[in-house]
Ligand binder design. Sequence first.
Ligand code: PLP
Length: 428
Amino acid sequence: MTKPYEVNPAGELTIGGVTATELVQEFQTPLYVYDVSKIRQAMQGFIQVFEAANIDYVVSFASKAFATTAMYEVAAQEGIHLDVVSGGEISTALNANYPMAHVSFNGNNKSYAELELALDNGLGTIIVDNLYELHMISELAAARGIVQNILMRITPGVEAHTHEFIQTGQTDSKFGFDVNSGQAQTAYLEAQADANVNLLGVHAHIGSQIFDIVGFEAAAEKLVDIVHEWGFEPAVINTGGGFGIRYTDEDEPKPTSDFVTAIINKIQTKTAEYNMPMPAVWIEPGRSIVGPAGTSLYTIGSRKDVPGIRSYLAVDGGMGDNVRPAMYQSNYEAILATNPSAPTEQVVRVAGKYCESGDVLVWQQALPKTQPGDVLAVLATGAYGYSMASNYNRNPIPAVVFVENGVAKEVVARQTYADIIHLDRHYV
Ligand SMILES: *Cc1c(COP(=O)(O)O)cnc(C)c1O
């Protein structure tokens, strides 16, 4: 099996043509490193499937997976649209001079101020989650004399989990309009009657880190069934994101092109069956665009051996820069950056430096012999690592470095202690 990382002739980990040790010398640890060519390849991979299918489409990067100015700039270069979920992400898009007409806005509780920010900046499409929001958009659009493009997010009754999916009669979810109760149809009729909005179509997002294509097919099929039942011929069907990636050897995701092809085929077959025009297909991948492109670099510090139980190997980061293991029990693969293929001599739990027992980065990892000061690389951390980072324990958030063609560039500076306290105000 090919390794999910590259080494130089000396056998050292390299990222985008630069060795991990050089990156650490220049930028210190903990460090988020992205191989930008992998990001571009993932984006182009999605685009190629749609181009080959010869249909109208939008590939929108679900930017909550990794929202930074530099990332938005790369998305713009590659002709990838953006999905945002907050005023902060909208501001980041503005900072990146991102074309706002190519931005869509998701979320179950968008504030009035966030919607104002969206409409004032010509944000392309708002994915409406509830009637409260629809009414605010209508009012804001009317006040500005514009017609706002919207999609309606619905919960189609398909729930997907990592390795299985279940189709439920009613869906227990905080997101979107419920179909079975008739909520979705009521909202559809209201949106169609509202001259301040232009209802382009429907949206559903069934979950994340999904390996099973059947879940996506079921959702795509259900969306067409639903609009057909309403007598609605949508210009757009958006099936969301959620394509699973490889974190460890145990993950064997299908190529993302397989997922997209299956979604397109299902929508084509179903709309043909109902004699409906083929809509544009929009997707919102997040993790699959940035996850495999990211690597976290740490310096190994202390070690604790609990006889007969396990050994803990501690690094200088942890749940503040990658909360996923603590939050979802998710797993990663770690390698010794200077010599990833040296024979393994120990099995350890890689722990962080935060004051929580659950502060783990890798639950169980075989490694070569390690010394304090060695650089440990945790692979495939590009999605939901930096974007979920916190200042827990008042640790600074690490820098983010983009590497491409042998050139490394810091795109988010490392926080300093001054950054951490600068919003504090004295009380006494
Ligand atoms: C999180 C999310 C995505 C992206 O999910 P990934 O698993 O990162 O691909 C897409 N659309 C919506 C609405 C989301 O909430």
